[in-house]
Structure formats: C-alpha cells, structure tokens
Design a protein around this ligand. Sequence first.
Ligand SMILES: *[C@@H]1O[C@H](CO)[C@@H](O)[C@H](O)[C@H]1NC(C)=O
Ligand SMILES: *[C@@H]1O[C@H](CO)[C@@H](O)[C@H](O)[C@H]1NC(C)=O
Length: 538
Amino acid sequence: MYNPKFSSRTLIVPAILLLLLLTAAAVFSENEDADDLGEIDELIAIDDEQENGENSQPAAAHFESGESGKKTEVLSRAQRVVLELNGDTAKRAIEENEYVLVLGYAPWCGGSAELMPRFAEAANVLKGLGSRVLLAKIDGDRYSKAASSIEIRGFPTLLLFVNGSSRPYTGGFSSEEIVLWTRKKTGAPVVGISSVADAKEFLKQHSTYAVGLFDKFEGPDYGEFVKSAAADNEVQFIETSRAELAKVLYPVGTPTKPFFGLVKSEPEHYTSFDGKFSSDEILHFLENNRFPLVTVMTELNSAKVYSSTNRQQVYVFGEDDDLQKLLKPLQEIAKKFKSQMMFVAVDIREENLAKPFLTLFGLEDSEDTVVVSFDYNSNSKYLLESDITSRNIEEFCTGLVQGTMEPYYKSQTIPDNKNVSVLTVVGKTFDELVLNNPANVVLEGHTPWCITCEATTKHVEKLAKHFKGLDNLVFARIDASTNEHPKLQVEDYPTLLFYPANDKSNPIKLSTKSNLKDLAALINKNLKTQEDATKDEL
Ligand SMILES: *[C@@H]1O[C@H](CO)[C@@H](O)[C@H](O)[C@H]1NC(C)=O
Ligand SMILES: *[C@@H]1O[C@H](CO)[C@@H](O)[C@H](O)[C@H]1NC(C)=O
C-alpha cells in the first residue's frame, strides 16, 4: 500500500502506521442495537473475555478520553458485530460468504489492540448501512494454522475475501476509512444523493468527496465513473442526477452533465474534471488533485503522502515560521506545476518526519531550510543547492520537469590527501580518483560503525606500504555510508574492490577474509593479468 522505494522510508513506515493507529478519528454511530446479531449464525464463537478483556482495554480507554464513558459501552456492544473465527470456522466463513473482511490479530500485539475497536466500530457502521460484508477476526497466535490457511501471517493484518479469494487491504485505519474502503470494494462504491436534506446531511459529515452528475445512472460515462469509484481507495464518491442537488454539493460554476468534480477542505476547494470519462483519467485526476497545492506533512497524513503515486515530489523542510512565510509563494509555484509534481512542507523539528528524508542527503543536522525532490520513476533524488528563494525554487522545479537537473549524490567534503599512502575518496572525487585514475585502484569500502572494518583497514595500510613505489597501483578507501556515486558498488562492509586500470566498470571483489599474504598475492595476480592484457593489446 506504500511506495517505499527509498530504503529509509521503509523503516519509518511501521512507525507511521502505529502513529496512525494511535490517533482516533472516529465518529460513532449509536443508531443501532448491536445486540441483535441477526444472521451471524452458528459460526459465532464469541469469547466474552476476549471481547471485554485486556486486549481491547487500551484502545477503548483511548476512545473514552475526553468523551463520556458512553462510547466505551457502545464499543463493547459493537465489538460483538465482529465474528470471532477459530480453527474450525475460519475457512468455512470465507468460503460461505461472498464478502468477508478479516482482521488477523495477536493478543500481545499493540497494533492489533489499537485496530480492534476501530474495526469493531466499522463493523457496526457497515451493518447499519446494510452492507453485505461480514467482518471477522481471528487470533492468529492461538489459531496459527487456521490463520495461515487464510493467508494471515503478520499482525495486525486486514484481508478482504471475495468468494473465497483474498484481496490486500489498501485503505486507511480509522473506522471511517475502513468503512469507506470496504464499501468501495464490496459493491457499494458510490453513495446516491436524492434530496436536499440528504445532501445537507452528507455535507455535515464530509469535507472531501468526489461528485458525479449524470442524466441517467447508466451508459459508458457512468460506467467509468463507478469503475473509478471502486478502484480508488479513499475518496467518497457520490452521485446525483438533479442539478439543484449538484448546486448544493458543488456550488461553483454551472456543472453540465455529465460532470465530475472533487471537493476538498483546503484551498483550491473545488476542482472540476475536464477530461474524457475513462476510469484511468478520472483516477489520474484524483491523484493529481486530492492533495492540497502544498501538503503540510503531519503524522496523520504521512502514510497517504508516502503512498501517493505522483511521480515527482518536492519537499521543503524548515522551521515552522520560515515555512509559514514560504507557504504562499510555494502555493503559487505549485499552481504552475500542478499536474506534474506534488509539494510537501515538513517542519524540520518534527524529527520523525524530517530526519529520514534529510539523512538521504546527509543533512540530518541541518537547521536551515532545505528543498529537495524525489523522482519515483527513476529513483533519483535532487537537492536545491542555491539560496532558498521562490525564484530559485521555481527554477529548480522547471529543471526537474525538463530533466536538466543533475541527481544528487551524498558526499563528504573533499579531504586533503597530501602525503597519504591510502587516498580518502568521497562521493565527489570518486570519478577523479577511482574511475578516471589511469592506475589500478584497490578500494576499501567501510563505515565508521562497522567493527569488522578495522582489520581490513589495517590490512590495506600494510598493503599500501608493501606495494609502495608502484606507480600503476593506488590504494584508496571510501566511507560508503556517507558517500554515494551511481557506480559505487558497495553492498556490505567491509568491501575490497580491485579496479583494473583498463576496465574500471568491472571491479573485482577481493575477499576481506583473506590474510595479508593471500591479499598481496591476489593483487599481484590481478596486476599481472592487467600487464598481460596490455601487452596483448600492443
Ligand atoms: C460470488 O459468487 C456468486 C455465486 O457464484 C456470484 O453470484 C457473485 O457474483 C460472486 N461475487 C463476486 C463479487 O464475484
Ligand atoms: C610525509 O610523509 C613522510 C614519510 O612518510 C614523513 O616523513 C613526513 O613527515 C610527511 N609529511 C607531512 C607534512 O606529513
């Protein structure tokens, strides 16, 4: 569900998920007698201890905080709408029902404890809406065999089964988001609005939605609209055929049928779709417009920002005050590049959010404003290296769009290599000292925190002394954790590479486990191969 192509993003995603789960954003509906278990039949094995036991306590308490105790009471009733599966019932439940949304949990797992009450609440709301989906949960720790037979392998896991086949869950984790996603994927992707009262009620509960206006709810345009509603994961789609209702739901311009528009709570409130009605185009339109011109990143929306498939993303990191000042000019720039890139502002003091990105540029200690960009197509990153002015930011964006910006590679500052036996190479000097060096190069890739690197470093120093005086052989080392180069191939530490003088693109890996003597012999052998190859060429 995420798009974690940069490795340190992968690391932060679980943390963000947890934070998401910790933040309640629930509207509770009490309009229902949850004790009426209806058609949920003999499959049910409600374990009341489970329902009201320790596992659900922290989350229930969380819901209660700042509110009356009533929610907790409703919550424990609501939890019974969720079918508890066990070793005997799991497979049958997913085989015998058209739609089953299953939550795999473990009693010891904090993420599960946070998710369970939201899931229960979603079950309650879905039932109230007359949804055909069955919500079920299974203790995957206790019934591990049954859980893995229905593809539950981690906790918490949400999976939707449609006639027995699983689909990954790609929605959000508040109860509202669970409801929204589940309806989209189980045959109710669009909500119909047929009266002004309906429209007003809807507006009370939603600030972001997509509205379709059609003469008739049939035909190819309408078909594409419904298809995109089901494919999208998070925007509520509504439909109406009456112009006076469209006026309430989309009160700008005069929508002509067929019409599709997006409504948001941020600036750029109303955006109408002017493409051809195809689900691809509609989804593309949503992707480009569902975020505000400039998204201010928070713990809450970060997962959505990460999962955005918008190819090019521009991030501005800065102190809150500086960001506030930059926001207006940034919005102006964002308007110009709207369908091409997404703009995100991050408070540099929000370390959880800012550091993982800044580390990718070696700027984790920066206190100044930093502007960077990621291109998820080419997996490249860019840094604005001139002063941070709106003019320079705009030029940076133009360069990105036109493909004239050079990708950024991390580099330490260029060291003084005078009078050393082993050269220190950094990202910026890798070309000069290794690739374009006419000599053979033995390069040690290390990091400051790798303990086993020390022995190799000592070996390299001794080898440098041993081979001193050979002008066709150079020894060098690079801290590969803080220096990057597209042609630097260091995957683990320590790494020893022999770059033959006549073929720098194919370095030979030398075993760092060899003793000094074997290493010297290996280097001699490679030098010899080099000489022979050179002779052959002559
Ligand atoms: C599930 O199976 C039933 C019976 O074969 C079928 O009528 C229904 O359309 C299927 N549902 C989906 C979503 O494919
Ligand atoms: C340069 O290296 C030589 C021999 O290793 C040493 O004697 C000399 O002091 C060094 N000079 C400097 C400036 O470090």
